[in-house]
Design a protein around this ligand. Structure first.
Ligand SMILES: Cc1ncc(COP(=O)(O)O)c(C=O)c1O
Length: 378
């Protein structure tokens, strides 16, 4: 589809059709009715693994009501969200540390471990832990993923064994950017046999997209017994709150007490807290997001298969697929068609990471892929 036509049927139609509305008794200004997934120029973001459905209507309502207390520090609004999260996971409030997104929790973990530690991560994996480790000059060991794109736990383990000191092991499961799984049984086996000086930071940012898989489960079961395990979760993905910034770490009370000193004071902001409580109470939210994502994923899978383009299995809200030629050219061509696709993820530079938007968007994205094929670009 030509860009002009795309704008006409896509962005413009979305905004013009939205208009002003109400949530409960609160009147929404027109701009709040804008599509949650398009940028001002009409581009669709397929580059940050965001949830295209937008925040829960009840979270929106809670935010509007919560504005009345935006002049206050968020201590009082923090307690209900901590209690609600504790209840959700069957842990105590002493097992939780909140963050401005789960990325702050990853940062705290690096800082808690200090400089004399070895960091062992997959390659490629989510970059933030490595980023936070960089100013500390930690020894960083990047271990290539296996052929099935799972973590090479055997090699990671060998590296840990050879190091004469504490290790921070980051397991991103499902892994970003590959959206692939590492067997939870294998992760369990390592956790259960590891000495105390191996700290496992298990990032489950995309947990809900994968929880139906038989070989996948959470590492949360260890947090009450093992002070060397922390699970990071977020409200950014399945709860669609990436712009509000709320995530948390779940761990043993003794470890959480220590790591809590590394959190910036009042990091969980008031509006994020009230939105999170409302989101947790929205019974259909997870199912809506999972269902829409599964539909969008199937559309992309079918299009890639039809065109014979190699793809990785996806257990999250994004997928990697092979490209032809240079990634920068591919991204620029996609951007010209209104699609912002993933950044480079070395060493996988012959792949693109595409985040799933709504099924409608992904139907149009599939059309773009077919168009690219007719031009010999994919
Ligand atoms: C695996 C993983 N962990 C953590 C994050 C950080 O998310 P946030 O700080 O929004 O919770 C992301 C964001 O994309 C991610 O992909």
């Amino acid at each position: 589809m030509k860009r002009r036509a795309f704008l006409h049927t896509g962005f413009a139609a979305g905004v013009l059709g939205a208009g002003a509305g109400t949530v409960g008794t609160v009147a929404l200004p027109t701009f709040l009715g804008a599509s949650p997934r398009r940028l001002a120029g009409g581009s669709v973001r397929l580059n940050s693994n965001e949830n295209p459905l937008g925040i829960s209507p009840s979270a929106r309502h809670a935010i509007l009501e919560g504005l009345d207390l935006a002049n206050r520090y968020p201590g009082d609004s923090r307690t209900p969200v901590v209690e609600a999260v504790a209840q959700k996971h069957g842990v105590g409030t002493e097992n939780l540390v909140m963050g401005a997104g789960s990325t702050e929790v990853l940062q705290m973990a690096v800082q808690m471990m200090g400089p004399d530690v070895q960091l062992v991560i997959a390659d490629p994996t989510f970059e933030d832990v490595w980023r936070y480790a960089t100013p500390w000059s930690l020894k960083v060991e990047k271990v290539p993923l296996l052929a099935d794109y799972s973590h090479d736990l055997g090699r990671m383990r060998d590296i840990v064994r050879r190091w004469n000191g504490p290790s921070l092991v980051y397991v991103c499961n499902p892994n970003n950017p590959t959206a692939t799984l590492t067997s939870s049984a294998a992760v369990d086996e390592w956790i259960e046999s590891a000495p105390d000086n191996v700290f496992f930071l298990v990032d489950e940012a995309y947990y809900e997209y994968a929880e139906s898989q038989p070989n996948y489960w959470s590492a949360l079961k260890y947090v009450k017994t093992n002070p060397n395990v922390m699970v990071a979760r977020t409200f950014s993905k399945i709860y669609a709150m990436a712009g509000l910034r709320l995530g948390y770490g779940v761990g043993h009370a003794s470890m959480i007490e220590k790591i809590g000193f590394l959190a910036s004071r009042n990091n969980a902001n008031h509006l994020a807290c009230v939105a999170a409580v409302a989101s947790l109470e929205d019974d259909g939210l997870i199912e809506r997001s999972v269902h829409s994502n599964a539909h969008a994923k199937k559309i992309v899978e079918d299009a890639l298969d039809e065109l014979g383009i190699e793809r990785l299995p996806s257990y999250a809200n994004f997928m990697m697929h092979r490209i032809k030629g240079d990634l920068a050219d591919y991204r620029n061509r996609m951007a010209e068609q209104g699609w912002l696709v993933g950044r480079p993820f070395p060493p996988m530079l012959s792949y693109n990471r595409v985040s799933f938007s709504t099924p409608d968007d992904m139907e149009r994205f599939a059309e773009t892929l077919r168009d690219f094929r007719s031009r010999g670009w994919v």
